[in-house]
Ligand binder design. Structure first.
Ligand SMILES: [Zn+2]
Length: 262
């Protein structure tokens, strides 16, 4: 423990300067709070919100594309089946007509039966073609939707790339600032006595990031509660270099000479 160069005075208004160790601790506390604020800012960056929102939009678009594509595929497969049926009917008509033309039909009755079959097949083919038209009409809106979705998707993907870039820039600014403060903190830490540092770290982890507090106007700046007069008197006359704790919140309490505590 370091000893203060000033002897404690008996006058009530005298506030002993904080020992170098406690001053360092206050500096450390400031750095830690600055780092906490930077981390908080980094997490809550508007650019991060934008990236997340665009990510959701892209996921939603992908789901809509999948749904439209599935419907479209169903119709396309129906169309293929109809097309195959229409071709088969056409081939059958061609075969019969070929036989009729070649004169291998046989009797007149056979010829008549074949003619009737051709007429019936032709009717069937027209029906199939009508169905094909219906399916093609049903396909059209899905094709339009898919085109629109593809456009929306590519524009959202472009926006996302840009938003990611902007997030990267914003993060880099905070990271630079963080690195500077962290380097200063790393330096400070080597100068703080290990037991004091351990005590501070423990309190900081437990008490919302604040392990060391100033005494301001007779109140603890950690819990903002006014200290009883007797307690103040005890603190002011504590042995130089001793570490005192707030009775109410348990934080390390640092009396600084620039505050005229009465
Ligand atoms: Zn307190």
């Amino acid at each position: 423990m370091s000893t203060s160069e000033t002897e404690s005075s008996q006058t009530e208004s005298f506030v002993p300067p904080p020992t170098p160790q406690l001053s360092l601790l206050l500096e450390l506390q400031e750095d830690d709070l600055a780092l906490d604020r930077l981390a908080y800012r980094r997490r809550g960056l508007a650019e991060r919100v934008a990236v997340s929102e665009l990510g959701s939009r892209l996921a939603e678009l992908a789901a809509r594309v999948a749904e439209a594509q599935e419907q479209r595929d169903k119709l396309a497969s129906q169309l293929l089946t109809l097309d195959q049926r229409s071709e088969a009917v056409g081939a059958r008509i061609a075969t019969i007509e070929q036989r009729l033309r070649s004169g291998r039909a046989g009797s007149y009755r056979d010829e008549q039966a074949m003619g009737e079959e051709v007429a019936s097949l032709a009717r069937q083919r027209r029906e199939i073609e009508d169905q094909e038209l219906e399916v093609m009409e049903a396909l059209e809106p899905f094709d339009q939707e898919l085109t629109a979705l593809t456009q929306a998707n590519s524009s959202a993907a472009g926006e996302l790339a840009l938003a990611r870039e902007q997030l990267g820039i914003a993060e880099a600014v905070i990271d630079d600032e963080t690195a500077t403060i962290r380097a200063a903190r790393d330096q400070l830490v080597t100068r703080v006595a290990p037991e004091l540092l351990a005590s501070y770290e423990r309190l900081r982890a437990k008490l919302g990031g604040i392990g060391a507090a100033r005494l301001v106007g007779g109140a603890c700046s950690g819990c903002h509660l006014q200290l009883p007069a007797g307690e103040l008197h005890r603190l002011r006359h504590a042995a130089p270099g001793s570490v005192v704790y707030c009775d109410q919140c348990g934080r390390i309490l640092v009396l600084t000479s620039d505050q005229a505590d009465r």
